[in-house]
Design a binder for this molecule. Structure first.
Ligand code: NAD
Ligand code: ZN
Length: 378
C-alpha cells in the first residue's frame, strides 16, 4: 500500500558533530531504479558510526542519518530489481556487491568497483540525491545504509537476502561487526592449526576475530586492550591470555615477542588506532607472520615502520567486511548461526528502544558491553 509513495517515519538525525541524535519525522522517498526500501526492525551501533558522528578524525557531513549494522524487511523495490521482493528478510551492508565488475568476478576481492564503502558520499549512487528529507530539505545518507530510521533506501547491491527463519534481533549484528571480525580471521589471517594469534582491541569486531581464530584452530589467542574490563568476558570468545599495554614499560611488540618465542603467527588489529596497527604488524614472527588491519583509521593517520620488517618476511594485509562478498557470502554466515556453528547471542549485551538510541552511544563511550541492539518497534 505504501509502494511508490513517500513514507513518513521516525529517524534519529545527527544535526551536528558529537551532539545527541534527535528523533525526527522524516520523509523517505520511494526507491528508484536498482534500489530497495527496507523497514528496519533492529539496528545496532558499531564504532564506525561513532567516528563519523564525532567527526574528529573524519570528514564532517551533517545533517546525517547514521547506522549500518541492522536487519529488516523489504517494503518495496525500484525498477530493475529482480533479486528482491517485498517481504524478503535482509541485512544491509556498508559495502556492496554489484556482481558484474572485475572485483565482484574475482574470487579474491570484495572491493566492488561500483559499491565499495565510501564514507564521504551522503547520497544515492543512481542520481546523486538523498532519499531522506525534512520539510523538503535533504538529510545525508551514511555508507549507503542509514539504518537509524524506521525506513531506509539502499542500492540493491548493498542488501543481502537471508533465511527468513533467522531471528533478525540476533543476526542483525552479522551485518557488520561480527562478520568483519570473523572473516578477518578465517578468510584473511587464516591461522594454521595450533598457531598463536594476537587480537588488538576486544570490542565486537575483535571478539569475533578471536572467535574466528578459535574456529580456525589457533591454540593461543592473546587479547590486547587498553581497557582491562574487557578481559574476563573475552575468555568466552576464545582468548586464552591478555596483555594490557598500560601494564608494561616495554613496547607491546616486545612483550608479545617474549611471550611467544619471537612473535605471534598471526595478528588481527580491531582498534582503529594507528599505533595499535603498527604494533600489530611488528609483533608478528619474522619468516611467516601475517598481520591483518581491520580498524578504521583517523583520516590523517600514517603507518610508519622500518622496511626491514617486511624484508624479514612479515606480511601486512587489510580488509573490509572480513573479505566476505556481501550478497554472496553473508547469507552463508547467517546459516553458520542457524547450524549453531557460530553463536551471536553472547555478543549482544544490551538492548534499548529506538527512542533511547543515545544510550547506545553512551555505552560505547564508556566501553561498556559489546553490542547494544536498538529495537525499532518497541
Ligand atoms: P569497540 O570500540 O567496541 O572496540 C575497540 C576496542 O579497542 C576497545 O575495547 C578499546 O579499548 C580498544 N583499543 C582502542 N585503542 C587501543 C589501543 N591503542 N591498543 C589496544 N586496544 C585499543 O569498536 P568495534 O565496533 O569493535 O570496532 C573496532 C574497529 O573496527 C573500529 O575501528 C571500527 O571502525 C572498525 N571496523 C572496521 C570494519 C571493516 O570492515 N574494516 C568493519 C567494522 C568496524
Ligand atoms: Zn562489483
Amino acid at each position: 500500500a505504501t509502494a511508490g509513495k513517500v513514507i513518513k517515519c521516525k529517524a534519529a538525525v545527527a544535526w551536528e558533530a558529537g551532539k545527541p541524535l534527535s528523533m525526527e519525522e522524516v520523509e523517505v522517498a520511494p526507491p528508484q531504479a536498482m534500489e530497495v526500501r527496507v523497514k528496519i526492525l533492529f539496528t545496532s551501533l558499531c564504532h564506525t558510526d561513532v567516528y563519523f558522528w564525532e567527526a574528529k578524525g573524519q570528514t564532517p557531513m551533517f545533517p546525517r542519518i547514521f547506522g549500518h549494522e541492522a536487519g529488516g524487511i523489504v517494503e518495496s523495490v525500484g525498477e530493475g530489481v529482480t533479486e528482491l521482493a517485498p517481504g524478503d528478510h535482509v541485512l544491509p551492508v556498508f559495502t556492496g556487491e554489484c556482481k558484474e565488475c572485475p572485483h565482484c568476478k574475482s574470487a579474491e576481492s570484495n572491493m566492488c568497483d561500483l559499491l565499495r564503502i565510501n564514507t564521504d558520499r551522503g547520497v544515492m549512487i543512481g542520481d546523486g540525491k538523498s532519499r531522506f528529507s525534512i520539510d523538503g530539505k535533504p538529510i545525508y545518507h551514511f555508507v549507503g545504509t542509514s539504518t537509524f530510521s524506521e525506513y531506509t533506501v539502499m542500492h540493491v547491491g548493498c542488501v543481502a537476502k537471508i533465511n527468513p527463519e533467522a531471528p533478525l534481533d540476533k543476526v542483525c549484528v552479522l551485518s557488520c561487526g561480527i562478520s568483519t571480525g570473523l572473516g578477518a580471521s578465517i578468510n584473511v589471517a587464516k591461522p594454521p592449526k595450533g598457531s598463536t594469534v594476537a587480537i588488538f582491541g576486544l570490542g565486537a569486531v575483535g571478539l569475533a576475530a578471536a572467535e574466528g581464530a578459535r574456529i580456525a584452530g589457533a591454540s593461543r589467542i592473546i587479547g590486547v586492550d587498553l581497557n582491562a574490563s574487557r578481559f574476563e568476558e573475552a575468555r568466552k570468545f576464545g582468548c586464552t591470555e591478555f596483555v594490557n599495554p598500560k601494564d608494561h614499560t616495554k613496547p607491546v611488540q616486545q612483550v608479545l615477542a617474549e611471550m611467544t618465542n619471537g612473535g605471534v603467527d598471526r595478528s588481527v588489529e580491531c582498534t582503529g588506532n594507528v599505533n595499535a596497527m603498527i604494533q600489530a604488524f611488528e609483533c608478528v614472527h619474522d619468516g611467516w607472520g601475517v598481520a591483518v588491519l581491520v580498524g578504521v583509521p583517523h583520516k590523517d593517520a600514517e603507518f610508519k615502520t622500518h622496511p626491514m620488517n617486511f624484508l624479514n618476511e612479515r606480511t601486512l594485509k587489510g580488509t573490509f567486511f572480513g573479505n566476505f562478498k556481501p550478497r554472496t557470502d553473508l547469507p552463508n554466515v547467517v546459516e553458520m548461526y542457524m547450524r549453531k556453528e557460530l553463536e551471536v547471542e553472547k555478543f549482544i549485551t544490551h538492548s534499548v528502544p529506538f527512542s533511547e538510541i543515545n544510550k547506545a552511544f553512551d555505552l560505547m563511550a564508556k566501553g561498556e558491553g559489546i553490542r547494544c541492539i536498538i529495537r525499532m518497534e518497541n
